[in-house]
Design a binder for this molecule. Structure first.
Ligand SMILES: Cc1cc2nc3c(=O)[nH]c(=O)nc-3n(C[C@H](O)[C@H](O)[C@H](O)COP(=O)(O)O)c2cc1C
Length: 366
């Protein structure tokens, strides 16, 4: 399983874990993979706290951070005004499904996410104060200052792409590592499958190394990605059902029961197409009466309070909140059937990869 990317980053296995949860990041890094903390939901202060914690847990082992750097987003204040029709739609939805208000002592989530160039710069300022080995960007090419700053510090710049054309642009912008993310993936995703996208991207950006992402949950899939020419895998969904993940328990229960057909690309949480669990929430936003989703980051800010109310009440069986509950996850959810420690996921991937490699070797001999 050893590829040049392992040497570049000082890791044992080229298994990358994207997670918003610092515990997952530390656990995967400590298991010999490479944890990447999603920083978009952070303020500089909370990012500093989490990275300090990760430093303590990983003691010099390598990890990275990920930022959303969308080419298009809406400049907005921390408390924007939403169109009245949008607010009324969300309120009506919560009323129709009988979702109770939050208790008075719990502040409503603002849904504010750090996607502006200034936000990214502030977060990077914090990240570079820690021994991060990789900075990843998604939704748009890394700005020149990010690349210069990262390269000066010996930090690898990675970029997520959903088409070969985007990959070429990211390479031209200075990305050292391309993550080819197929439509199967959880979160913001395009329309081309991993099986097709990975070889296409490898061909487009050769000799820049490429990681495969989207739908990868098992070691056999890791072997398939490597067979396509990827130098490793970048996974997000598989960590959502690990012991370390902070996934809402009722959503995690839905994930364990879901099949690969139970996800949908929807703009309903962020304004951009993102793959998530299909639920009454995504169905309602696809309905005739639904308004068009607002541009990023307004849709997240519009819906954050509603999501908070839904998750708080989704544990009650048969409740409207339970029907509405959703979260970002990819088609690989159909292969997730139990909660495991993140280290065990890494170890199982390695063991299954080896079994495939041995099977191939035996096929050559036979
Ligand atoms: C819950 C969740 C949130 C995500 N958020 C981000 C993000 O903020 N930035 C990013 O670059 N990728 C994000 N992704 C995509 C992952 O980085 C990764 O490419 C994807 O999960 C790979 O496909 P998989 O989910 O099938 O493993 C997210 C994925 C999930 C599942």
């Amino acid at each position: 399983m050893h590829t040049p990317v392992c040497d570049r980053l000082g890791i044992e296995f080229p298994i990358f874990a994207f997670s918003h949860c610092r515990d997952v990041v530390a656990a995967v890094t400590n298991a010999g993979g490479f944890g990447v903390l999603g920083a978009t939901g952070h303020s500089p202060r909370t990012l500093d706290i989490d990275l300090t914690w990760i430093d303590e847990q990983t003691r010099g082992k390598p990890y990275g951070v990920d930022l959303l750097l969308p080419a298009k987003y809406e400049q907005t204040s921390r408390e924007p005004r939403f169109p009245a029709g949008h607010q009324a739609f969300v309120e009506d939805l919560l009323t129709r499904y009988g979702v109770p208000e939050l208790p008075g002592h719990i502040p409503a989530a603002s849904g504010s996410i750090s996607v502006s160039a200034q936000d990214a710069d502030d977060l990077l300022g914090v990240a570079f104060g820690h021994p991060v080995r990789l900075v990843a960007s998604a939704l748009g090419p890394p700005p020149a200052e990010l690349v210069t700053r990262a390269h000066k510090a010996g930090v690898v710049v990675a970029a997520l792409v959903g088409t070969a054309e985007h990959a070429r642009r990211q390479q031209a912008a200075g990305a050292d590592l391309i993550v080819a993310q197929g439509t199967e993936a959880g979160g913001h995703t395009g329309t081309i499958s991993t099986m097709v996208l990975v070889p296409e991207v490898i061909r487009a950006v050769h000799p820049t190394p490429v990681l495969a992402a989207g739908g990868i949950v098992t070691g056999a899939q890791v072997a398939a990605a490597m067979a396509l020419g990827a130098q490793g895998v970048w996974c997000g969904s598989v960590w959502l059902t690990t012991e370390e993940a902070e996934t809402d328990p009722s959503v995690q229960k839905k994930m364990l029961a879901a099949t690969s057909a139970d996800t949908v690309r929807s703009r309903s949480l962020t304004g951009k197409p993102a793959r998530m669990l299909r639920s009454a929430w995504t169905e309602e936003w696809e309905g005739e009466k639904a308004p068009a989703a607002l541009p990023m980051p307004l849709q997240t800010m519009l819906t954050a309070g509603a999501q908070q109310r839904i998750n708080r009440h989704a544990a009650t069986d048969g409740s409207g909140a339970q029907q509405l509950a959703t979260y970002f996850v990819g088609q690989g959810v159909g292969l997730l059937d139990r909660v495991r420690p993140a280290r065990q996921v890494v170890e199982q991937m390695v063991a299954d990869y080896l079994a495939v490699a041995e099977r191939f070797a035996a096929q050559l001999e036979g």
